[in-house]
Design a protein around this ligand. Structure first.
Ligand SMILES: Cc1nn(C)cc1-c1nc2c(-c3cnn(Cc4ccccc4)c3)c(Cl)cnc2[nH]1
Length: 288
């Protein structure tokens, strides 16, 4: 029960540790299982000294407080945390279907139904976050995992910056997702998450983000973001999603389509797949 879980003092001895699932700048994530309940989790291990040296300790503490309050089917749960002399451990929900961006890279781009489904699930997660006055502000494929039914799980790796890796074609991965208000260092509000959702929908359908430069050039990408001009290839992006992408990628935050409106847009409603737990006998594996 929740009360029991909250007051429980966890230690590393409560877990059997499995294979590494992934790693970030400050530590690794392991598959793990509680010895008592045999409950599968993802155990994120961060090194205190690295966290202190990075000066991100305050940021990290805030992330923990925020994540502990969030309970939503499209947000990766944090069940608890504990520490020892050298490390901090986060007990996170295990997402059995892994990192969404790896599937995106393998498939190059998603079809309209998959794209609309992931965007619909992300919008639900963001409406929930905004209802608790929480702005995610770091939405990008690397922060999206997939649950047991292929549903999207927004995971806030905000404090752990991935080492520049092959994951993104540009050197600093997040440049492509930067909203104008961040490029010119203005203050930002919840509409920043709408911008990133627009970038994500474009990347789902086309296979690359709209303001990307090849070879990667941060200044040029910033210029394109500030100009707000981008091409839409109709071979990949049909008129309906193109209209929604333009409505989300408005340079001024207040001009962007609200999430509550996006949620009921016909293209989203008609294309989204319901990833329910009930799978009827003889169901085909893919949802098409
Ligand atoms: C990878 C992978 N393959 N399959 C089949 C499942 C997974 C899976 N990974 C996770 C992961 C997971 C792993 N890495 N990362 C990225 C990371 C790691 C360390 C610091 C910062 C960021 C998250 C989690 Cl948290 C939670 N659940 C996960 N599930």
């Amino acid at each position: 029960p929740e009360a029991e879980r909250r007051k429980r003092k966890w230690t590393i001895d409560d877990f059997d540790i499995g294979r590494p699932l992934g790693r970030g700048a400050f530590g690794r994530v392991y598959l793990a299982r509680t010895k008592k309940e045999e409950f599968i989790v993802a155990l994120k291990v961060l090194f205190k000294n690295q966290l202190m040296d990075s000066g991100l300790e305050q940021n990290f503490r805030r992330e923990i407080e925020i994540n502990a309050r969030l309970e939503h089917p499209n947000i990766l749960r944090m069940y608890g945390y504990f520490w020892d002399d050298a490390r901090i451990y986060l007990i996170l929900e295990y997402a059995p279907n892994g990192e969404l961006f790896k599937i995106l890279r393998a498939r190059h781009h998603f079809n309209e139904r998959e794209s609309a489904s992931y965007v619909a699930e992300l919008v639900e997660a963001l409406i929930y976050c905004h209802s608790k006055n929480i702005i995610h502000r770091d939405i990008k494929p690397e922060n999206l995992l997939l649950g047991g039914y292929g549903e999207l799980k927004l995971a806030d790796f905000g404090w752990s910056v991935h080492a520049p890796s092959s994951k993104r074609r540009t050197v600093c991965g997040t440049t492509d997702y930067l909203a104008p208000e961040l490029v010119n260092k203005r203050s930002y509000d919840a509409t920043i998450d709408i911008w990133c959702t627009g970038i994500l929908l474009y990347e789902f359908l086309y296979g690359a983000p709209p303001f990307e430069t090849n070879p990667p050039n941060q200044e040029e990408t910033h210029r394109r973001i500030m100009r707000g001009t981008f091409d839409i290839d109709p071979r990949y992006i049909s008129p309906e999603p193109a209209r929604l992408i333009r409505a989300m990628l408005q340079t001024r935050g207040s001009d962007r389509i609200p999430l509550e409106q996006l949620r009921v847009e016909p293209w989203i409603v008609q294309n989204r797949m319901m990833k329910t737990e009930i799978r009827l006998p003889g169901d085909s594996d893919n949802d098409d």
